[in-house]
Design a protein. Structure first.
Length: 296
C-alpha cells in the first residue's frame, strides 16, 4: 500500500466515478483502476462496487476513504510547502475559474502574469461555481462567482474580490428593450426565460432574488454556458440573465436590461486552497488579482 494508491482512492471516493477521478489526477483510467485493484488485494475484500456509471463505496471502503483523505491533504500541504520554497524561476500554476471570471477576467490576468513570470507554466480549468469548488484539491488558486458555500477543503482561504452585476438580456426590438430606466424582476419573469445550468452562480443569484420577491419563473430553456444563453436569446427563446461583463463586446443584436429598483449584484471571490503554504507563483498571481480588483 502506497501514498499514491491512497491518494487515488481518496479522489475516486470524492468523485464516485473512476473516469472523473482519472481526469482530476491527470492519469489514465486503466492506471487508476490498476491502483484500486492493488489496494483491494492488499485489504483482501471489496472497497467499492459498481453503481450505474459510477461507484459506491463498501463499508470497508468508506472507512479507508477517511484515512486516505487525510493522507491526500497532508501530501497536498507538503507539495504546497515545497513549491513555496522553489520560487518563481520555473514551476506550474494551476488556476480554476468559474464561467464569468474564466471568460472575461482571467485572460487579461494571465497575460500580465506571463509578462512578469514568463517561465512559469499556467494550466487552467473552467466550469460552473460548483465544479470549481469540487476541484479545489487539484488547484493552486481559484476565482468563483456567487456564494462560496461551506464544503471547502481544510485550510482554504477566501477573499472577497470584486463586484459583478447581473443583467437581463433580450433581443433588440423586444418590448422590454425600450425601458431605459430598468425593468423589474416581475416584468422580466412574465416572459419565457433562458437560464444557465444548475450549479451556475448566475442562476443561483436569480433564483434567490425571485424567491425573495415572490416572483414565479417561467423557464423555457436551461442551457450550459454564457454564450449558450446569449445564442438562445438571439434565437428568440426568451429573456436570459448574464454578467454585465459578458455584454462588453456585443454587436447590438442583444439589449441589456438593468434590473430595477435594486440591481442584481454578487461578489466574485478568490479561493486559495493552500492559503497557509501557498506557492510563490500562487501568491504572486493572488497579489495581481487583488491589485486588479482594487483598481476597478
Amino acid at each position: 500500500m502506497t501514498a499514491e494508491q491512497l491518494i487515488t482512492f481518496a479522489t475516486v471516493a470524492e468523485h464516485a466515478n473512476i473516469s472523473r477521478a482519472a481526469l482530476a489526477l491527470h492519469l489514465s483510467q486503466p492506471a487508476v483502476s490498476g491502483q484500486l485493484r492493488q489496494l483491494q488485494d492488499e485489504f483482501g475484500e471489496p472497497l467499492y462496487q459498481r453503481a450505474g456509471r459510477g461507484i459506491r463505496l463498501t463499508a470497508a471502503g468508506e472507512q479507508l476513504a477517511v484515512y486516505a483523505t487525510r493522507i491526500r491533504e497532508t501530501v497536498g500541504q507538503a507539495h504546497a510547502y515545497r513549491n513555496a520554497l522553489r520560487g518563481l524561476e520555473r514551476g506550474t500554476l494551476r488556476i480554476g475559474a468559474s464561467t464569468t471570471p474564466a471568460s472575461y477576467l482571467l485572460p487579461y490576468l494571465i497575460a500580465e502574469f506571463h509578462r512578469q513570470h514568463p517561465d512559469v507554466t499556467v494550466h487552467t480549468i473552467d466550469g460552473n461555481t460548483a465544479e470549481i469548488v469540487a476541484a479545489l484539491d487539484s488547484l493552486d488558486i481559484a476565482m468563483i462567482e456567487g456564494p462560496v458555500g461551506a464544503d471547502l477543503p481544510p485550510g482554504t482561504e477566501v477573499t472577497a474580490w470584486r463586484e459583478d452585476e447581473i443583467v437581463a438580456i433580450a433581443p433588440s426590438g423586444h418590448p422590454l428593450a425600450a425601458a431605459s430606466a430598468g425593468v423589474t424582476l416581475e416584468a422580466v419573469c412574465a416572459h419565457s426565460l433562458v437560464l444557465r445550468e444548475g450549479g451556475s452562480g448566475v442562476r443561483q443569484l436569480v433564483e434567490r432574488a425571485c424567491a425573495r420577491a415572490g416572483v414565479q419563473m417561467r423557464v423555457a430553456l436551461e442551457i450550459a454556458g454564457v454564450e449558450g444563453v446569449k445564442e438562445a436569446v438571439r434565437a428568440g427563446m426568451g429573456i436570459g440573465f448574464v454578467s454585465a461583463m459578458s455584454m462588453r463586446h456585443e454587436d447590438g443584436a442583444l439589449q441589456r436590461l438593468r434590473i430595477a429598483p435594486e440591481p442584481l449584484t454578487r461578489r466574485l471571490s478568490i479561493l486559495m486552497p493552500h492559503g497557509a503554504a501557498a506557492s510563490r507563483a500562487a501568491a504572486s498571481f493572488y497579489a495581481l488579482c487583488v491589485e486588479d480588483g482594487a483598481a476597478k
